[in-house]
Design a protein around this ligand. Structure first.
Ligand SMILES: *Cc1c(COP(=O)(O)O)cnc(C)c1O
Length: 390
């Protein structure tokens, strides 16, 4: 049976190394913030080209910590995309701030920079005719919400358009957060994913490009002060000494055992990125003759981390037919994401409606992802293409 993401194939390559690293941790018994945690932070900061890396317990906590470190809370608007995993906007609402969604670009599935200036203007003078804003129930801080931050998501491994997003954030005083949960290892114009924005956040969920054997995450920043606050937030708002607390924080640490596993995986990570690129190129060739599907578009100057290989069908009905064919051939698929965030029940209090973000809504009805991992064979990919051709 073909795997959607084959973690076992990777483990066969590096199992000895992983076991050796775990054994080292068992020997020193420093399970909380042991030496491997600092080693991993150092190594990933260097890889990304960021001055500081602060590890944490998940990609979700990385995003939460980034917002907490900037004091985001009630009355604040955080601009983001409705086409992402729930965590991106969930953390905004958990802090009492308000997610303000902006539609996506149809090709990269990332937030559309063309719409950003308008949303900031619309927030200053609430104008729903120009941009769909949350319809907040009575009792909420009365508008205008203060635009404070923007979370851009590098969807499926392709960096968002930071060349255009960064100046807009700068001009409008918005804190920029890069959600690099899917893009660790990607590049844009010579800069690595994880190096954009005031803080970048990534995830080590097992199926992400750099995945651990459990939950984990990391924040990256060039700002020493922000890094210090992130370190504090991650450990209950700790001050200069252990039982001094200067702010409210989290129990947000990365386990030493996860750091030990991730260090072993980093040894082959660059090679795995190249293997993913080869797999993606093979898909592009094999799928060329398949009528009516759109293969991924990586903009010039960018390299995807290929967290996912996502196709867009001609229509919702066409997707249904393709998914059925793949299933009959024993090929696993996933739909990321079938329900845009603005239409999720969890965000119903924001009062968004169907039709507010038409590009995102249309894509969510037509998109689906194929098996993608560094160890996918030509034969397997050929079988995928053949199933789509029937
Ligand atoms: C996976 C993911 C997260 C959350 O990461 P966890 O480690 O699972 O908490 C956040 N944003 C995006 C875009 C993701 O894909």
């Amino acid at each position: 049976m073909m795997q959607f993401i084959d973690l076992a194939a990777q483990q066969r390559r590096i199992r000895d190394k992983i076991l050796a690293n775990i054994e080292k941790t068992l020997d020193h018994c420093q399970f909380i913030l042991g030496p491997e945690v600092g080693q991993l932070e150092h190594r990933l900061a260097e890889f990304v080209g960021a001055r500081h890396a602060v590890s944490c317990s998940s990609g979700t906590d990385a995003l939460l910590m980034a917002l907490m470190a900037h004091g985001i809370g009630p009355g604040d608007a955080v601009v983001t995309t409705p086409f992402t995993f729930i965590a991106t906007a969930e953390v905004v609402s958990l802090l009492g701030a308000t997610p303000v969604f902006v539609d996506i670009e149809p090709e990269t599935f990332a937030i559309d920079p063309n719409r950003l200036e308008q949303v900031v203007l619309s927030l200053a003078r609430p104008d729903r005719a120009k941009h769909p804003l949350p319809r907040l129930p009575a009792g909420h801080p009365s508008p205008p919400l203060k635009p404070r931050a923007l979370i851009a998501v590098d969807m499926f491994g392709i960096p968002a358009d930071y060349a255009r997003i960064e100046p807009i954030c700068e001009a409008n005083g918005l804190i920029l957060i890069e959600d690099a949960a899917q893009s660790f290892g990607a590049e844009s114009h010579g800069r690595k994913a994880g190096a954009f924005g005031d803080v970048a956040c990534t995830s080590f969920f097992p199926s992400k490009p750099l995945g651990g054997y459990g939950d984990g995450g990391m924040c990256f920043t060039d700002n020493a002060q922000v890094a210090e606050v992130l370190h504090s937030v991650k450990v209950h708002g700790q001050g200069a000494t252990r039982y001094e607390h200067v702010r409210l924080g989290l129990n947000g640490r990365l386990d030493t055992l996860q750091a030990a596993v991730l260090l072993a995986k980093m040894d082959i990570f660059s090679e795995e990125l190249e293997l993913r690129q080869t797999v993606a190129e093979r898909y592009a060739e094999l799928l060329e003759p398949v009528p009516g599907i759109r293969t991924p578009v990586v903009p010039r100057g960018m390299k995807s981390a290929w967290a996912q290989y996502s196709l867009v069908a001609e229509s919702a009905a066409h997707r249904t037919r393709l998914l059925e064919r793949l299933k009959r051939s024993g090929i696993p698929t996933v739909v990321y994401y079938p329900i845009p965030l603005h239409l999720q029940k969890a965000f119903s209090t924001l009062g968004y409606r169907k039709g507010d973000f038409p590009v995102c809504e249309d894509i969510s009805e037509r998109i689906f992802s194929l098996p993608m991992h560094p160890y996918l064979s030509f034969e397997e990919q050929h079988a995928v293409a053949a199933a789509l051709m029937i």
